[in-house]
Design a protein around this ligand. Structure first.
Ligand code: ADP
Ligand code: MG
Length: 700
């Protein structure tokens, strides 16, 4: 029967307090779960279900079952053996069961008198007196059919102060509200899409998930996601993908400075380099040049394995900006890496009429003032630094290009936030993002679909793969011997200490201890130490000494993961490699093999290794290709781990789960294309539903 819209107010804006049993206090608590409106409750899905749709006879019970049973009390007795407890024996004519309580009130013992009939729900286990249920939910009943529920019972994620029964009741009301009116909660997905994927409508999906019919019990138990759940996860992935696409489109509407690079300047720059660009570098540089010539901002990601030479490609883009009278800001995730870029750029731009400056959070006082001044008045054409570059105190004269190196260290939100910075005179800067972490294609769709992608799929000539071997820590002495031998041949080496904790303090401590131990074991070897808690000047001095061959072995934490470039250092020991992701190990290993001599990586693992651990290290031995490694890592560890805790600002999903719903990812881009072409009107509603009107994605 059609209903008037005003009789069913919009559950998107209807506060939960309109539901029976939800007062101001519960509402405040529910907000912790992100539930504010009636609609939010609908998308707050059960974690699991209980089956109270039938009563299991007591003679059919097996340990491990979670069941509804019914019987009459035979006796209730105090047990003194072990922990004090109360046993209540029930029987249903066919069999018996003990209920065990460790907390028991006088009131309860009065209730559980011999002869009364009770229904119980709980898990069956073996106890002293045969099968038992510990602290079951129970209630007295006259008629056992009163116990039976028509649907499976949802178990919701809770927050302190809100009971399961309260949230169940609220969810039931929300559901009936939304099911009363087809328009109350609109199904935005086109019918043909639902049909082609065999998905239920939104109403049906929500109904099934909040109160599944008992027939679904087996499927739910088997762990196979219901089509209803798949459908919601699909819609959520789709919404995120559309949001990124929309963000890109919105950004591309802004005017940007058209940057052009004249042939002469470019030739002079290239001629001064000590190498020729690879074909892949040339191709990607041309793609960037073409983007920058437009008066719409570039949004381009350059993926290229460690050592593929991304930096010089970025330098060419900076050259185009400079030649057109615009500034470039280059951001790297660590001080060490930005300092290294700073040295490279200073060198490359030495003959050009501009200044290259360095800016980090550690820069203080007068130097900082002068740096800020030079950026504001435009006398500095290029600035390199950490995220300090984008603090409010930094103003650019005419920023034309932003380069973000090693993007995987920055989250998607950070990247998007940067877009809002650095506009001058209504113009938005071009953006170039560089990463060595090849995100597998299916994940890139959620991470990078707001970017155009270029790939540098070729290493400079003469590079040899790093010979990698895994060695048990029991053979640590051999490894130390190998370093001694190596250094005797005038070569240098790294020793990388890792810890599973993200704690920098502990990492640094470990590195200090290792350095001390190695100094004892190798008195002739000059050993340097660099870690994240050293002052940047200290780090710089150590790195510089290493580069100048004033030290032979550099003990380091994973701070050297990105960028550090010392061609004579051809041997790397990585301690506890089993603790790191494969892509990260590959990055670390990329520090060696920079010259044209043979190079080695020794993975000094802690025995015994798990089966997966072995497989993972074997992949590193077999492959030197970052893309292959990332795909294998995805297979072995799953997307959650690969996208990883190391990345800040990861996308949070309400319902979708990268692990469980991984197979959906493949189909998202095509579905999104169809929607963009044929149903553009549903894009915004979908984004609103799943992401809200957050400015993270869709910049206005
Ligand atoms: P990454 O892609 O890992 O950032 P870099 O830009 O740091 O790589 O380059 C790695 C090293 O290779 C640097 O020493 C750089 O000068 C050098 N290099 C870059 N391009 C070439 C090339 N075409 N031929 C030879 N060496 C190159
Ligand atoms: Mg790099």
């Amino acid at each position: 029967m059609p209903t008037e819209p005003h009789q069913h107010p919009d559950p998107r804006s209807l506060p939960v307090t309109t539901l029976n049993g939800i007062g101001a206090q519960s509402a405040a608590r529910l907000e912790k779960l992100g539930i504010r409106h009636v609609q939010d409750l609908l998308f707050h899905l059960p974690l699991r279900y209980q089956d109270r749709s039938r009563i299991t006879p007591l003679n059919q019970l097996l340990p491990g079952m979670t069941v509804l049973v019914c019987g009459r009390v035979e006796f209730t007795d105090q047990i003194q053996r072990g922990r004090n407890s109360v046993i209540c024996r029930i029987a249903d004519g066919g069999g018996e069961l003990s209920l065990r309580f460790f907390h028991f009130s006088v009131q309860q013992s009065q209730q559980l008198k011999p002869g009364v009939q009770i229904g119980c729900f709980g898990e069956i286990r073996y106890g002293f007196a045969g099968l038992e249920m510990v602290h079951p939910e129970y209630r007295l009943v006259d008629d056992p059919t009163q116990l039976i529920e028509q649907t499976l019972t949802p178990v919701y994620p809770l927050t302190e102060g809100v009971s399961q029964s309260a949230i169940r009741k609220a969810a039931r009301q929300a559901l009936s509200l939304c099911l009363h009116s087809r328009d109350a909660i609109k199904d935005w997905l086109p019918a043909e899409l639902l049909q082609s994927r065999d998905y239920p409508s939104l109403q049906d999906a929500l109904h099934t998930l909040h109160s599944p019919p008992p027939q679904l019990s087996a499927q739910i138990l088997s762990g196979t996601p219901l089509p209803a759940l798949r459908r919601l996860a699909f819609e959520e992935f789709l919404a995120h993908h559309l949001a990124l696409l929309q963000g890109k489109q919105a950004y591309k509407q802004w005017p940007a400075p058209a940057l052009s690079l004249d042939g002469q300047t470019k030739q002079a720059f290239l001629a001064a380099l000590p190498f020729r660009l690879t074909a892949a570098q040339q191709r990607v540089a041309a793609e960037i040049e073409a983007d920058c010539r437009q008066n719409r901002p570039m949004l381009r990601l350059v993926q290229g394995d460690v050592g593929s030479g991304k930096t010089v490609v970025a330098a060419l883009a900076a050259l185009a900006a400079l030649a057109s009278g615009y500034q470039t800001a280059i951001m790297a995730p660590t001080e060490l890496l930005s300092e290294q870029h700073f040295r490279n750029f200073t060198h490359w731009f030495a003959d050009l009429p501009t200044r290259v400056l360095f800016l980090s959070g550690q820069l203080k006082g007068k130097t900082r003032q002068q740096t800020l001044q030079a950026l504001a008045d435009g006398s500095a054409g290029i600035v390199i630094g950490t995220h300090a570059l984008f603090q409010d105190s930094v103003h650019f004269h005419k920023l034309g290009l932003i380069v973000i190196d090693e993007q995987h260290r920055f989250g998607v939100h950070q990247r998007l936030a940067l877009r809002e910075k650095g506009q001058t005179g209504g113009l938005r800067p071009h953006q170039l993002i560089m990463t060595a972490t090849p995100i597998p294609r299916t994940l890139a769709m959620l991470q990078y679909s707001d970017l155009d992608i270029s790939v540098i799929d070729e290493l400079p000539p003469g590079r040899k793969p790093v010979a990698t071997s895994a060695i048990s820590s029991e053979r640590r002495a051999d490894v130390i011997g190998r370093i001694e031998h190596w250094v005797a041949q005038q070569r240098q080496a790294y020793w990388v200490c890792t810890l599973i904790e993200e704690s920098e303090v502990l990492q640094c401590e470990a590195a200090e201890k290792t350095a001390a131990a190695l100094r004892q074991a190798l008195p002739k070897v000059r050993i340097g130490l660099v870690h994240g808690r050293m002052k940047s000047a200290e780090k710089d001095a150590v790195m510089q000494a290493f580069k100048n061959r004033e030290c032979d072995l550099l003990v380091a934490t994973t701070v050297i993961e990105v960028g550090v470039d010392v061609p004579n250092a051809g041997l790397m020991v990585i301690e506890n490699p089993e603790r790191l992701g494969l892509s990260q190990l590959h990055q670390l290993r990329g520090r060696v093999g920079r010259g044209n001599q043979d190079s080695y990586c020794l993975l000094l693992y802690q025995a015994p290794l798990s089966q997966t651990g072995k497989q993972r290290l074997a992949i590193l031995k077999q492959s030197n290709d970052g893309f292959v490694i990332a795909e294998k890592d995805l297979e072995l560890r799953g997307p959650g781990e690969v996208m990883g805790t190391r990345q800040t600002g990861q996308i949070q999903f309400k319902i979708a789960d990268l692990e469980r719903d991984r197979e959906l990812l493949e189909s998202i881009p095509a579905a999104a294309q169809t929607i963009v072409q044929h149903h553009p009107e549903i894009i915004q509603p979908l984004i609103d539903r799943w992401i809200g009107r957050s400015r993270h994605y869709a910049e206005v």
